[in-house]
Design a protein around this ligand. Structure first.
Ligand SMILES: [Zn+2]
Ligand SMILES: [Zn+2]
Ligand SMILES: [Zn+2]
Ligand SMILES: [Zn+2]
Length: 244
């Protein structure tokens, strides 16, 4: 719902009445049962909407419906721009045409758009189902479990659940089998692991030196005085205080 818009004067009967239109009497047009989030792709040449599945957000686009009345307006505008004030008649007519818009702004334009919207809804509504479990409008193709009559979030498809359970079991069996193996044989477990080389930034594969540039990855060294293990680059030994 967040990515979509509703026409400013969208007919209330089409909007989800329980959520967004409390207290508003639905329009007197024939009730349209299909409601969902949708976006308006209408332009000067006609009408088109995209209806979105609440679950996967797949868009179902209604066929583009030409609006010859508004196309005529476009022609009149061009004539007006060409002839300017020379033709008073065209000017008047084209100004009147400017009042017509393929937006829900009221008047005859809105009535035309209402009709086009009802038609678009009729063409697309069979692609959608209302889930009584969660109240979402979902696409019939992907998000509907026809065996149960609920959306696939409320009642996942058995095959999907089976595949998921198998994948989980496989993962846990892999972990069990891996735990049985000794992975430490060729590893000096006392060397702190460093995943990138401090000099060339190459990924390391563990070990004491960078495989790319040879920089020592083991940052431990021994005090030149007492032999205590200290961090390489340290100025004084933390055990005997000798300068390194
Ligand atoms: Zn869907
Ligand atoms: Zn559901
Ligand atoms: Zn390196
Ligand atoms: Zn020392």
């Amino acid at each position: 719902m967040n990515l979509t818009t509703r026409g400013p004067g969208a007919p209330v009967a089409y909007v989800r009445t329980s959520l967004s239109c409390k207290g508003i009497t639905p329009a007197m047009t024939a009730p349209v049962v299909f409601t969902s989030s949708y976006s308006d792709n209408s332009n000067d040449n006609g009408f088109q909407w995209e209806f979105h599945c609440d679950r996967c957000n797949t868009a179902y686009r209604s066929p583009f419906e030409q609006n010859y009345l508004s196309r005529g307006r476009g022609v009149l505008r061009v004539l007006r721009d060409l002839f300017g004030d020379y033709s008073k008649t065209i000017h008047k007519v084209s100004n009147a045409a400017d009042d017509f818009s393929n937006t829900w702004s009221g008047g005859a334009a809105s009535a035309t758009k209402d009709k086009a919207f009802t038609k678009a809804v009729d063409l697309v509504k069979d692609d959608f189902r209302l889930c009584a479990g969660c109240g979402s409008w979902v696409c019939a193709r992907i998000c509907w479990n026809d065996h149960v009559g609920q959306c696939t979030r409320c009642s996942p498809m058995a095959a999907h659940q089976l595949a998921q359970a198998q994948a989980e079991a496989r993962g846990s069996q892999f972990r069990d089998a891996a735990n049985q193996q000794d992975w430490t044989q060729n590893q000096d477990m006392s060397v702190p692991s460093r995943v990138t080389c401090p000099t060339c930034a190459a990924n390391t594969t563990g070990g004491r030196f960078c495989g790319s540039c040879g920089t020592a990855l083991d940052l431990r060294t021994n005090c030149t005085g007492c032999g205590h293990q200290i961090q390489a680059g340290t100025a004084f030994c933390s055990n005997c205080g000798r300068a390194q």
